[in-house]
Design a protein around this ligand. Sequence first.
Ligand code: SF4
Length: 265
Amino acid sequence: MPNIRHILSLSGGKDSTALAIYMRDKISDMEYVFCDTDKELAETYEYLGRLEAFLGKKIVRLRDDRGFDHWLKVYGGYLPSSRMRWCTKVLKIKPFEKFVGTDEVMMYVGIRADEDRGGYITSKPNIHPVYPFRDDGMTLQDVHRILDESGIGFPTYYDWRTRSGCFFCFYQRKNEWVGLLERHPDLYEKAKQYEKTNPVNGERYTWTERESLEELARPERVAEIKAKQQDALLAAKKDKPNRPLLEILGQDEDDDNLPCSFCHT
Ligand code: SF4
């Protein structure tokens, strides 16, 4: 293919970062991009800065200038959810596709060989997704090794959250919301401000099902979530004692509905 561009889209997570390191010496004209929603954690920007220094190349930030709040109005105040994930489309995929234009592009995606999820689905015939980790049989263990050996390590938000993405991402588990509450109370408050009740029909727009962030932040509820998480960790450790903690934490209650590679790799 003539004049093909090679682009690796980083999510700010461990897998796409490890892929960037893995590909650094394989494709010399690789372009690195990050689709920035402006609702990311400070830890994500810090992690991208670390990677940028390692790669010795700029990571281009792509944005939709109208931003999340504009699109929330366009979508009638409906918070995005796994069933209606408009945020990924307008804040990640569209800016990426605009950046690519009509150029022929190989797009490098960090989905691993030990994952069972779909990749980047595009209607653009000029964008060709490739999956080097999947093709080369690279698993979570390899990602750990690559990040350790490079000295880049894991993003610091991994202490309390297993995925990259917006601070209010609806894919967060309950214990991760508790993590946000404790580590970033200001961001928790901002996320709470987005939740609304329709005064006409009483319908609630909340980030998590059946529970508002106000309800989730009650001390007794926080204690309950923490206890449940502790029990789950102990059970998982007992079941498979050698399993890394990160792998246990990364287990999703809702594996049929895994988030896309744009936000979380
Ligand atoms: S990280 Fe979550 S909230 Fe942000 S764009 Fe992706 S799916 Fe939407």
